[in-house]
Design a protein around this ligand. Structure first.
Ligand code: NAP
Ligand code: GLV
Length: 316
């Protein structure tokens, strides 16, 4: 029985080695659905597990013995929308300690960058100007994290460790130590109104698509900063640019975009208030992620369900 691996960006050799360390008996097959690379995965009846990023529409339906579809990323929007997956086969999200660490680093780095005015210092130093800016009280710096799941809850806890005043917004009510919780549609406005640095770590679903728009941006205090490390579809680009241009927002750090790679002519590239990173807020680390995938395969072999399973209705 075999695992089918398919991704245009993830390294098959690293995954093969990492999974072999965990499950030496696992038959690892690289698959290019549609036959672009000629690898067809062999006999479809052999395949029990698929480890994939964004398979072609309907492509996973041809495996009659498929027991689980493992996402190669924490997000699953690339799997849930328009993929025509086989019914009854669980889609399993990736919970990778390496990916959690990476996102924590990205969020802390950019929050501190703005909290401590390091961007402003870069500009001053480039002009050889020696100037000390007032240092804000960390305990009064209000950061708001949209999405308090695996990544958001971790980032919130680590920011709390720095004594930053952290709030979070989620779909259901959360009680995280030291984190002011808001939830649901009614909680969004009050959450935004107290947020100086907004961090988006939501999954992309029909409910969260375009959630960073003219209305929600207007609820942020003047001078706020937006950090989007989730998905490009969360942002209405024109609304964000307008809020930056009219001075309502001080800056935006954007890791994810509607189209990736970001097209050459997109205004984000050279906007003075925008920092672009190329979808690297956190990358899946095969060495640690393989442990999570292997553990789920062991669970399935022992007759237990893998976890966490995506709720198809919620879309995450
Ligand atoms: P997760 O564990 O599923 O957490 C999702 C959080 O969002 C939960 O707190 C959930 O609320 C909340 N949420 C979902 N729908 C909502 C809604 N309609 N209103 C309010 N809150 C809502 O996801 P995760 O593992 O933390 O990952 C989050 C996202 O990060 C991924 O989906 C992916 O898009 C992105 N990501 C980006 C990178 C990168 O490199 N840029 C890397 C990894 C992941 P409940 O707690 O109430 O369910
Ligand atoms: C990356 O964007 C992920 O979802 O893991």
């Amino acid at each position: 029985m075999a695992l089918l691996f398919s991704s245009k960006t993830d390294d098959a050799d690293l995954w093969r080695d990492a999974l072999a360390d965990e499950l030496p008996d696992l038959d690892f097959r690289v698959w290019t659905p549609g036959g672009e690379g000629g690898a067809d995965g062999g006999d479809p009846a052999d395949i029990e597990y698929a480890l994939v990023w964004a398979p072609k529409k309907g492509a996973l339906r041809k495996f009659p013995n498929l027991k689980a579809i493992f996402s190669l990323g924490a997000g699953v929007d690339h799997l849930m929308v328009g993929r025509d997956l086989p019914e009854g086969v669980p889609v399993v999200r990736l919970v990778d300690p390496g990916l959690i660490r990476g996102m924590r680093e990205y969020v802390i780095y950019w929050v501190l960058h703005h909290h401590r005015h390091f961007g402003e210092y870069e500009r001053l130093v480039a002009e050889k100007r020696w100037r000390q800016l007032p240092q804000a009280d960390t305990r009064k710096r209000r950061v708001g994290i949209m999405g308090l799941g695996i990544l958001g809850a971790d980032a919130a806890a680590k920011l709390r460790g720095l004594e930053i005043d952290v709030a979070g917004w989620s779909r259901t009510s959360k009680d995280l130590d030291g984190v002011t919780g808001f939830h649901g549609a009614h909680g969004l406005g009050p959450f935004l109104e107290r947020t100086e640095i907004l961090v988006c770590l939501l999954p992309l679903t029909p409910q969260t698509e375009a959630i960073i728009n003219a209305d929600t941006l207007a609820r942020l205090p003047r001078g706020a900063v937006v950090i989007n490390a989730a998905r490009g579809g969360h942002v209405v680009d024109e609304d964000l640019l307008k809020a930056l241009d009219d001075g309502h927002l001080a800056a935006a750090i954007l890791d994810v975009f509607h189209t990736e790679p970001l097209p050459d002519d997109h205004p984000f590239w050279d906007h003075p208030k925008v920092t672009v990173t190329p979808h690297v807020a956190s990358l899946t680390v095969p060495a640690t992620a393989a442990e999570a995938v292997a553990e789920n395969i062991r669970r399935i072999r022992a007759g237990q369900p893998p976890e966490p399973i995506v709720d198809p209705k919620a879309g995450y």
